[in-house]
Design a protein around this ligand. Structure first.
Ligand SMILES: Cc1cc2nc3c(=O)[nH]c(=O)nc-3n(C[C@H](O)[C@H](O)[C@H](O)COP(=O)(O)OP(=O)(O)OC[C@H]3O[C@@H](n4cnc5c(N)ncnc54)[C@H](O)[C@@H]3O)c2cc1C
Length: 488
């Protein structure tokens, strides 16, 4: 996009939107808003637009959690990477805090900035052309995984690991980790990144990879936005199956369920392995289902039920087996999400709990936490419980328990947002559950809403804390990036 010719032009977007013009007052360190269309300070020329209208500010003072609400002063919809560089430099000059926002699907204000600048990355969503037999694709960080996947599938290729929901931004999941049913084979999404293009907190545009600025690469992947804004990523691709066979295998005993999951993860029988816990008619969370998927050709062989299910101790009479197109499997939550939106439940509060529990304690910790759970406190949410393999994780900042086969335990609570007392009680319950897991070496998978203080973060990062803090000093010396995480 061509550069706009003047600062005045850069502000035209605001005036056109009927908004007041915004400028930064270095004396009060706050944004000044006037009805004049004269530029008030050194706002850079932009290819994109700045917004101060109430609808834009309110939207970015909210997220999927609907619990935390910090109102920014201004929103950038960048028209180019250059805009991100320019505005981060501007923020540095004025000591202004800023955060990138992908799809805003954090649950605890992670992408919010009180009185600062939100960089909405959705306008930086290009997907570079994919070539047949390519082993990677370059995308901009605002691209959604659904769009990346549709583009690569047109060439029979796919990223290897997916989150359960595809409408998340690449930058958003790479800043946390990105864990899903393929993780037991391929690690997290951050373990499948070949190179990143980032704008550091100091406003420098850099490429980093395992062989270039390695310290920065390690500080950005699962780095919760603390050192740089990801603007582009080169993602690994593998051959995609055309169809998959999807298995739901029910259990009514926690130990049998966990043992069978352990067997499947160890043998890597399935391409995808997850599990869910549901309540029985009396409200006790004691029903389990393994969700496993075998990939068909050309990524795998035609699935053989006998071989795949051999030795498993599920209730065979309740097993459900279905063949479906690969993309339909990846996008399997879409109909549920549409129904939740239709029913108004997508707008409910989501005080989510996401833990990584050492495999050796998975049964005890799950039993303790599930015993304390009631159907009312889960609401129309789900409980996930599935194993991953420690040896497949390589990003230092994605903190895993010291155990060869940790389990992800996620209690994805959904509750009316107006009932603040219940929301607060569930947040406290999240903290108690975290303390139970931490006592045996469990960690917070930080996409949810566990009340966390700075000291908790220091403990969370443990042996990599010093390196992380040094990277923060080097790449975001003024500490302006992503205050919503509450780390530094
Ligand atoms: C319905 C649903 C299902 C989910 N399923 C899974 C799952 O299966 N597995 C899993 O691992 N996670 C899952 N998540 C969690 C999800 O991966 C994280 O919340 C993720 O950060 C959301 O991406 P986003 O684009 O909405 O990011 P945002 O919420 O916009 O941002 C999250 C954090 O990342 C930072 N950030 C955003 N973009 C960038 C960038 N370009 N550069 C640097 N930092 C950035 C933000 O400042 C913020 O701190 C799920 C979430 C939802 C709502």
């Amino acid at each position: 996009m061509p550069r706009t010719p003047s600062r005045r032009t850069a502000l035209r977007g605001l005036a056109a939107a009927g908004a007041a013009v915004v400028g930064f007052d270095p004396f009060t360190r706050s944004w000044a808003v006037t009805e004049s269309d004269q530029p008030l300070s050194d706002i850079p020329q932009l290819d994109g637009t700045l917004h101060t209208d109430p609808a834009s500010l309110s939207a970015d003072a909210d997220d999927f959690g609907h619990i935390v609400h910090h109102r920014p002063a201004v929103v950038l919809r960048p028209g180019s990477v250059r805009d991100v560089v320019a505005m981060i430099r501007f923020c540095n000059r004025h000591g202004l805090r800023t955060a990138p926002r992908g799809q805003g699907h954090g649950t605890n204000g992670q992408a919010q900035v009180d009185g600062g600048l939100i960089i909405e990355t959705a306008t930086l969503a290009a997907i570079h052309p994919v070539k047949a037999h390519s082993t990677s694709v370059r995308v901009q960080a605002g691209a959604k995984w659904s769009d990346v996947t549709k583009a690569t599938l047109a060439h029979g290729l796919t990223p290897p690991v997916f989150t359960d929901y595809l409408e998340l931004s690449v930058g958003g999941t790479l800043s946390v980790g990105g864990i899903g049913g393929q993780t037991h084979q391929h690690g997290a999404q951050v373990d499948n990144v070949l190179e990143l293009e980032v704008v550091t907190g100091a406003g420098e545009l850099l490429r980093c990879s395992p062989t270039r600025h390695r310290d920065l690469f390690d500080a950005v992947l699962a780095g919760l936005g603390q050192c740089a804004v990801v603007v582009g990523a080169t993602l690994r691709l593998v051959t995609a199956p055309t169809t998959v066979r999807h298995y739901l295998l029910p259990y009514d005993d926690l130990h049998t369920f966990l043992d069978d999951q352990r067997l499947l993860a160890t043998e890597q029988r399935f391409a995808y392995l997850e599990g869910q816990v549901t309540a029985d008619a009396a409200g006790a969370f004691n029903q389990y289902v393994i969700e496993a998927v075998a990939y068909g050709p050309p990524a795998g062989d035609t699935p053989d039920d006998t071989a795949l299910l051999q030795g498993l101790r599920h209730d065979a009479s309740g097993a459900q087996i279905a063949d479906l197109p690969y993309y339909d499997f990846l996008d399997r939550l879409a109909p549920t999400v549409a129904a939740l939106k239709e029913a108004g439940l997508w707008a409910y509060a989501h005080p989510w709990l996401n833990l990584l529990v050492p495999g050796r304690s998975a049964a005890d910790v799950s039993a303790t936490i599930l015993d304390a759970l009631t159907p009312d406190d889960l609401g129309p949410g789900v409980v996930l419980l599935y194993p991953v393999l420690r040896e497949r994780f390589h990003a230092p900042l994605l903190r895993m328990p010291d155990d060869p086969m940790p389990y992800l335990l996620a209690i994805l609570r959904t509750t009316p947002p107006e009932d603040a007392a219940t929301v607060q009680r569930l947040l406290s319950a999240n903290r108690s559950a975290y303390d139970t897991a931490r006592a045996v070496g469990g960690t917070n998978y930080p996409v949810g809403s566990i009340p966390f203080e700075r000291a908790d973060w220091r403990e969370h990062f443990g042996p990599v804390w010093t390196r992380f803090a040094e990277a923060r000093k080097t790449y975001d010396p003024q500490g302006i990036l992503v205050p919503g995480q509450g780390i530094f």
